[in-house]
Structures are given as structure tokens and as C-alpha cells.
Design a protein around this ligand. Structure first.
Ligand code: NAP
Length: 292
């Protein structure tokens, strides 16, 4: 029985569900892992319109799909089609990994594990310290939650262009997190704000710095950064963004979104298969630069 289920896992279909996601690097990551493990598993891109979400989730087990990642724009929308959420996904209000069971889909948020792994070496530095998060979307939510729950951050300021969205994020998270203060500042008002220099960590959780916005900065170049601040850009392509270059010139330590990408993928793999990535796969993936 055990070996049967292990064989199923090794021959199952996995994938990523989203819309207009042909650029996704997830297939390359998982196929590399399956190849090293000599598994016959498949990892596909499920590019689906919103009208097909419900049918997709229902049909997944019969189609041999054991689990799938969820990406833009469905991390929130998928929730209503799932049978159950784990506590973290419920508290964050976003799902990026689903395990397919005969009783329905179970939703998880492994972006939390990605943030945890990416910033692990700064844990002591961040405990009890103030942090700025640029953006208030799904990744900003997960990052804020991880910083409070896993790093003991007590003070988070969202730097945004649309305060309404940030207010909702702060309210939602406040319901699930205790002993944390949330604040909001408009991105155009950041210059000279003392919270910038006081921040132990500044996170870019916007797409500014990737794709068509590759050459742009998420905050004005006139905003002075302290060399004591760690700067974390969730963007993983390019691995070295303009924002990280600028932070390095200011003397800051920097963290790219790449280790988060690999760690959130590994956490999803663990949920689906009960196994870690082989060490060799992890090492190779962390060293991989798709643009080189
Ligand atoms: P999202 O839900 O669409 O949220 C994006 C946020 O960025 C929103 O608050 C949006 O503001 C803001 N924004 C967009 N363009 C902006 C601009 N020009 N100036 C200021 N703010 C802007 O996206 P997400 O899922 O949170 O993802 C955000 C980024 O994180 C993406 O680049 C994604 O690839 C990356 N990410 C990386 C990982 C990883 O593993 N490394 C994991 C998850 C996400 P409005 O509310 O005003 O639109």
C-alpha cells in the first residue's frame, strides 16, 4: 500500500494554475527535481480563464493531478473553490499551493516558508524591529504575516500608491496577529520620512523592477537608505534588480527573491510528496540564473 502511494506520487501530474503565465519558471524548477529523483512525474502550466477555475479544481484528482501551485491572478479567488485551508493560508487570505484530495482541494500558503528561508540569516536582526513593505498585494500580505509570525517583527509600514488596499490588508492581518502595529504611507511621500532610516528591513513586494518595469525603482532614488537596513526584493527575475543595485551602493545588505522562489517551491513539494528537494537539486537551483 505504502509503495503504491509512493509510486503514485512519483508518477503524478503537478503544475501551476494562473492566467498568461507562459513565462513561469516553476516547470523548469520541478522538472529539474523530478529528473534528479528519476521520477516519471509531470509538471505542467495550467493557463486558465476565471470561468474555468471551479471545473479545474473539481476535475483535478480524476486527471491524475496530485497538487498544483497557484499564481496570478488566482491566489485569492481560488479559495472559494477549495474544500479546506490550512491555518496559515486562512489567516493570510491567499493560497499558492493546493493539494488535491478525493474530498476536494486543500489550500496552503508556502510564500510564508519562502520568506522565512530567504531571510533566515537575518532573524536576530529583525526581531522587535520596524519594517517597510512596498506594495499591498498578495505577496505583501504573506511577507507581513511571515515577518510577524516567524521573525517577531512588531511594526510594519506599508508603502503604497493605493492606501485603500493597504488599509484592508492591515485590517485583515490585524485580526490574526497580535502585538503588531501597522501604518501606511504613500510612496510619493517617502522622501525624508524617518521610518526609512529606522527600518531594519525594506521589502519590495511590487512588480516594479521586473518585466516591462525592469528598469524602474519601486521607491524614488531620492529616498536615502541607511547602510544598516537589509533590502529584500521579492522579484526573482532579474536576480539582481535595479533596486538591489541601488541598495548595495548605499551599503545595504540585500536579498533577492530567488531563494524565496526556490523555498516556496520546495515547501509545496513537501506538502504534495512528504519529501524535501534533494540537497543537490536545491544547491543547483539556488545557483541557477535563467538569464545567464
Ligand atoms: P499583486 O497582488 O498584483 O500586488 C502588487 C502590489 O504592487 C499592489 O499593491 C500594487 O499596487 C503594487 N504596485 C504595482 N505596480 C506598482 C507601481 N508601479 N508603483 C507602486 N506600486 C505598484 O502582486 P503580488 O502577487 O503581491 O506580487 C508582487 C511581486 O512579488 C511580483 O513581482 C511577484 O513576482 C513577486 N513575488 C515573488 C515571489 C517569490 O517567490 N520570490 C513570490 C510571490 C510574489 P495597487 O494596489 O495600487 O495596484
Amino acid at each position: 500500500m505504502a509503495s503504491q502511494s509512493s509510486r503514485d506520487i512519483q508518477q503524478a501530474v503537478y503544475g501551476v494554475l494562473g492566467q498568461d503565465i507562459q513565462y513561469s519558471l516553476s516547470p523548469a524548477i520541478f522538472r529539474h527535481v523530478f529528473a534528479l529523483l528519476k521520477w516519471q512525474a509531470v509538471y505542467a502550466i495550467f493557463d486558465r480563464g476565471p470561468a474555468r477555475l471551479e471545473r479545474f479544481v473539481k476535475a483535478a484528482p480524476d486527471a491524475g493531478i496530485a497538487g498544483f501551485n497557484v499564481t496570478k491572478p488566482y491566489k485569492v479567488e481560488i479559495i472559494e473553490h477549495l474544500n479546506r485551508l490550512d491555518t496559515t493560508a486562512r489567516d493570510v487570505g491567499a493560497v499558492n499551493a493546493v493539494a488535491c484530495r478525493s474530498t476536494g482541494g486543500v489550500g496552503y500558503n508556502t510564500d510564508i516558508d519562502g520568506v522565512d528561508a530567504a531571510l533566515a540569516s537575518y532573524r536576530k536582526r529583525l526581531t522587535g524591529k520596524p519594517v517597510l513593505i512596498v506594495g499591498a498585494g498578495g505577496a505583501a500580505r504573506a511577507t507581513a504575516y511571515a515577518l510577524v509570525k516567524r521573525f517577531g517583527v512588531t511594526d510594519i509600514t506599508f508603502v503604497v500608491r493605493s492606501p485603500k488596499r493597504a488599509e484592508r490588508v492591515a485590517r485583515d492581518l490585524d485580526d490574526h496577529l497580535s502585538r503588531v502595529t501597522f501604518d501606511i504611507v504613500h510612496v510619493d511621500k517617502l522622501e525624508g520620512d524617518p521610518r526609512v532610516k529606522a527600518a531594519a528591513l525594506i521589502v519590495n513586494a511590487t512588480p516594479v523592477g521586473t518585466g516591462s518595469e525592469r528598469n524602474r525603482l519601486p521607491i524614488s532614488p531620492r529616498v536615502d537608505l541607511s547602510p544598516r537596513t537589509v533590502v529584500f526584493d521579492l522579484i526573482y527575475r532579474p536576480r539582481q534588480t535595479r533596486f538591489l543595485e541601488r541598495a548595495q551602493r548605499a551599503g545595504c545588505r540585500t536579498v533577492s527573491g530567488w531563494p524565496m522562489l526556490i523555498a516556496q517551491a520546495e515547501a509545496a513539494f513537501r506538502i504534495w510528496t512528504g519529501r524535501d528537494f534533494p540537497k543537490k537539486a536545491r544547491r543547483q537551483l539556488l545557483n541557477w540564473d535563467p538569464d545567464r
